[in-house]
Design a protein around this ligand. Sequence first.
Ligand SMILES: [Zn+2]
Length: 1043
Amino acid sequence: MSQPGIPASGGAPTGLQAQNGAASASGSLYSNGPVQNALVSSQISVNQGYNSQLPGSYPHLIPAKTLNPVSGQSNYGGSQTVSPLSNYQGPGQTLHRPPVASNPATPSLHSAPVPRMPLPTSHNPAATPMPSGSFLPGANVHPPLNWQYNYSSTGSQTNHCPPASSQPTISGNTNLTSHQYVSSGDPSFQNNFIKSGIASNTNNGSMVVHNSYDEIEGGGFLATPQHTNKNPTMSRSVGYSYPSLPPGYQNTGPPSTTGMPPSSLNYSSGPQGFTQTPLGANHLAASMSGLSLHPEGLRVINLLQERNMLPATPLRPPVPNLHEDIQKLNCNPELFRCTLTSIPQTQALLNKAKLPLGLLLHPFKDLVQLPVVTSSTIVRCRSCRTYINPFVSFLDQRRWKCNLCYRVNDVPEEFMYNPLTRVYGEPHRRPEVQNATIEFMAPSEYMLRPPQPPVYLFVFDVSHNAVETGYLNSVCQSLLDNLDLLPGNTRTKIGFITFDSTIHFYSLQEGLSQPQMLIVSDIEDVFIPMPENLLVNLNESKELVQDLLKTLPQMFTKTLETQSALGPALQAAFKLMSPTGGRMSVFQTQLPTLGVGALRPREEPNQRSSAKEIHLTPSTDFYKKLALDCSGQQVAVDLFLLSGQYSDLASLGCISRYSAGSVYYYPSYHHQQNPVQVQKLQKELQRYLTRKIGFEAVMRIRCTKGLSIHTFHGNFFVRSTDLLSLPNVNPDAGYAVQMSVEESLTDTQLVSFQSALLYTSSKGERRIRVHTLCLPVVSTLNEVFLGADVQAISGLLANMAVDRSVTASLSDARDALVNAVIDSLSAYRSSVLNNQQPGLMVPFSLRLFPLFVLALLKQKSFQTGTNARLDERIFAMCQVKNQPLVYLMLTTHPSLYRVDNLSDEGALNINDRTIPQPPILQLSVEKLSRDGAFLMDAGSVLMLWVGKNCGQNFLSQVLGVQNYALIPQIMTDLPELDTPESARIIAFISWLREQRPFFPILYVIRDESPMKANFLQNMVEDRTESALSYYEFLLHIQQQVNK
Ligand SMILES: [Zn+2]
């Protein structure tokens, strides 16, 4: 706990916080430096730390307007920021910094020219219209952006992070972390923690494991400082330069593609004699002709005149303005995209644009095609450990130049042979250099221990409340149905724990005639009875497992036990899994009431409407601490919360967040009263149980020298500076990072980003999945705006706003979102447009920015009003942090279609199926009509609203009912009727579902159905009692922008 008395000023963290993934709190919400935006300027440097504090104790911390850096509280939503000193492991370890070989004791993280981040100098509150007037932008502290780097060259780390400096190595070392916990305050937690800390240490060489992951995956700029500041061959333009906009702007003609002839790859200027097909420095000469931007993209739009900018087809991500030969090799934007597809050359330019710079990743997405390379040599840069990729340049056959640090590396002999073409001497044709997404089978150097078997442990709440919901039946049945589909091999292990006020283990040892239940009632000091028989080989004990799953739902039907000892049960489960790691699936139906981790209700219904939400932070550190223990032992915890009452998801969710697990939430689950939830759980379980899984994973994201990643969003633990620890990785998880431009990029035309995910597959193979994204660097503000990716920007802002809600307040977060729009559009107006037109002028790229931000303000995470229950809000925030961008956007701004008049016009034809493509409609009741039927696709949910006067044809030919009154109250399926109307809508819905890995439930909603409110709530363009309509919002923005 950070003590109230500890000054949290000066950016001095009080603990090892960041090491623990504690959020940067407000430390670096925004990379853009001194931008006047609440998401931005509130960067109060913080000691967040691990030392989180109990919410409520420091009410003065809530508003983010104090001069004093706020402490802590970043547990829940906070992002995790690279930790400065505590991670320091020797010279050259830091990523994205020029390799400076300096005194190891003095981590010179910067090269001389950029000793520190540019400190905000131009705080100019006047420049930023503040709608609420409640926030003084940048007034405060400076926030040393990336404060962690600011002091490093002075060697004064001890001043800033005393505990860290006294520890020799920090990364992920359980032992050290436990010290840290001890010092962190609340005695009641300490004891527990110490216990579990010891437990984890006795479990074998976990400490070795942790530290070595970093070494295996490779740190930042290790060794060999070959500091090539210039990249002389890259002197020509890579992308097309956008013409500056004429003052009249509208319908500017397409930029003429004068200049170089298209794609004449003559390589005349490069090192002689060697032609590299995909890309090389020499390729750049020919690349000026590429222009992927449609002329439409150069339009300036007055949103007050052209209100409906929503395209009728799903919005596509912008294509980076690169030569087509480079672009065709680029990473798929579904996997990896950047908020700005044209990277500003300097931080100053980025600051001017007032747009956030960051990456959104979906690194483990299910892929239809994935090149897999098995080779004894994985070619990586000797300096920065980047994997060879399509955007490196070959100087000749024997040397390649790294596109991240510019080191020239040798091409290993083996790489000279191309197994695909069976040709020798074409290193640039190797699959590694032809695919931006690739997977390597990792040789033994990438293993710290033999790959562990897949281990699945299920932990079930069997209290009276749990039994009442009837969930056990569904879950056990799902497990029975999918038992053979669990990813794994002959080594797969499985186990079960149930709990109420006591903890029950199940021996499933081969040879037993039936499962044997063992009850441990000492929840103060949980021990594991016969540990060897509790996690058993699934193949060998399959019958016993099936027996247990069949009997479990009946075993507790008469229970009167209402208490819930969740904390002790989790401790027991952790101990059981520690030796191997694996996946723990926890089902909980109420607030835990017994033992460690017990919680008290703290939701006050009349506070729901208040924007000053105070219970977004965890009320105890227990779940986070345990999650960090789990992370250290390669255990991820997935939480299924099925509860009608407040269950403090803000606290419980930490168990998944820091262990890289997932959270599922089923409010008011009941097997009879809420059949829709039952179906949802069943569908989601099916996906959950059978989807791909990676164990013992770590992920690192690298970027071209000059750029720096400083804040991470998602479920994981930042282990050492920038190594994300993911005990499990699943294909449905998304991540985001924020970046800044630390050194100007004037010497380069291209920058690259590479994510590398090292994991153990369920078959026991060690694999590395690598994605590389290449983007152009630009020098003008207009180009930065033209390349803006509005979905990625909105997604990153949503992540930042979750942090902001937690570290400051919900109303601050909302202001910050609004200010993000105002600031960027003001910047555009004042710096790009020469003539001051009336209206609300936006670049084409940002035409949906106000709409998406308004949609975020109305999203469950950030909405005001009485209908947001606390746990639902927290869950929505979890989703923002953990969902891939595409689903986050569908949740925020669903797609609406009219479906009672589907036709084959413009339909897709896929494998003899005709799939209608109705246009996407604006989210406004104006678009609805009572004589129609409308389908809303909100990602995980499809809602079909049927108007009262809907045509008889639709009722009978699609719904199969004779009249409106006969539509069932609860209808989650469309009958397959032998009519063209039925075939069309079923084809359309199936097609929507096929495009996502999970199964969105369909709700058919009658006009008087209670579900109608959910449907209407998504009408983001309409006014509600607590929120502006889209038009009013535009007027507000315009007023602020034109001030
Ligand atoms: Zn390199």
